[in-house]
Design a binder for this molecule. Structure first.
Ligand SMILES: C[S@@+](CC[C@H](N)C(=O)[O-])C[C@H]1O[C@@H](n2cnc3c(N)ncnc32)[C@H](O)[C@@H]1O
Length: 304
């Protein structure tokens, strides 16, 4: 645990990846380095990737001695290019790869980029606010203020599974005619107003949860990057190597499940766990974010 992010399903990930001393691992979403530090403690060597410079800086400070001992290499980049990033760092094969998807607690609570509907921050939501990791860059502000009502409705339904997408899009378009919607708080208030009659007393989720999720997914091309990332990870996985993915919502989990099912059908991999691994009650008590975590793991079959 550290002040940047509490890693979810830590024990389960370490066991699932079957860490070997001197094995080579990729942490494709290093965040605050919680999972990576545990892999290194067990003798693994880690290539850690993150598209957020703040994460890279944090891990550089926190795990400095591991970097000096060549147990950890850090790369700022997008995991959609994972195979290229690994080869450029001289890693031809990995014994295990971890993806711990979504945003870190730091990004939600302290980055100031508008990820949280509970804060009053500029509507940005880019995990990489530059183009340094090779991604095209547009913000949540541009979507909310410039996209058509139909486009908004479409992404809120598709990426947020928001049932009230039409009413919310209407309210946003009405509000932005008066003045641009500039902050996370302004947007949250518009959504709450639109959702009021629908959700009173029905849902325990904050009324803005689904729309904020949708915007974040679109701004960061999360589903496209995930599909490319897991394909690339499987490509560089050594025979017998394991790929572990923690997802936090159904769209991510569906993409992972389908990809794994295809590999199993083609006899290129075997499932380590038939059903996704979820957090224990004890873990959820100390880390609420873990309540929606789902861990799936496969092992590459030799000669696949
Ligand atoms: C849930 S956090 C990871 C936490 C980490 N496992 C730990 O123990 O602290 C997810 C991290 O993945 C990064 N990320 C998300 N999508 C990415 C992508 N396409 N490429 C690279 N990093 C990404 C985010 O910037 C964030 O730091």
């Amino acid at each position: 645990m550290n002040d940047f992010h509490t890693p979810a399903l830590l024990k389960e990930v370490i066991r699932g990846l079957n860490i070997q001393p001197n094995g080579k691992y990729i942490d494709a979403t290093i965040g605050g380095g919680g999972h990576a530090a545990e892999i290194i403690k067990r003798g693994g060597h880690v290539l850690g990737i993150d598209q957020d410079q703040d994460s890279i800086e944090y891990v550089k400070r926190n795990l400095e001695s591991r970097i000096q001992n060549s147990e950890l290499t850090l790369v700022r980049g997008n995991f959609s290019n994972i195979a290229k990033i690994a080869r450029e760092r001289g890693m031809k094969r990995a014994d295990g790869v971890l993806f711990d998807l979504g945003v870190s607690s730091y990004q939600i609570e302290r980055s100031g980029r508008g990820f949280s509907f509970l804060r009053n921050e500029p509507l940005d939501m880019r995990m990489d606010p530059t183009t340094a990791s090779g991604q095209a860059s547009f913000t949540a502000y541009e979507i909310v203020n410039k996209w058509s009502k139909d486009e908004l409705c479409n992404i809120f339904s598709k990426f947020g599974e928001e049932k009230n997408a039409r009413t919310i899009s209407d309210s946003i378009v009405r509000a932005r005619k008066v003045k641009p919607v500039s902050t996370s708080k302004e947007l949250a208030e518009i959504i709450t107003g639109a959702n009021e009659t629908h959700l009173r007393g029905v849902s325990r989720l904050h009324p803005a949860t689904r729309v904020f999720q949708a915007l974040r997914i679109v701004v960061n091309s999360e589903i496209e990057n995930l599909k490319m990332g897991i394909e690339g990870a499987f490509e560089i996985l050594a025979p017998g190597g394991r790929l572990a993915v923690i997802s936090f919502h159904s769209l991510e989990d569906r993409a992972v499940k389908l990809f794994f099912a295809r590999l199993v059908r083609d006899q290129r991999a075997r499932l380590i766990n038939k059903k996704p691994i979820v957090a224990s009650e004890e873990e959820i008590k100390v880390n609420r974010r873990a309540r929606s975590a789902k861990l799936r793991i496969i092992e590459k079959i030799a000669n696949s």
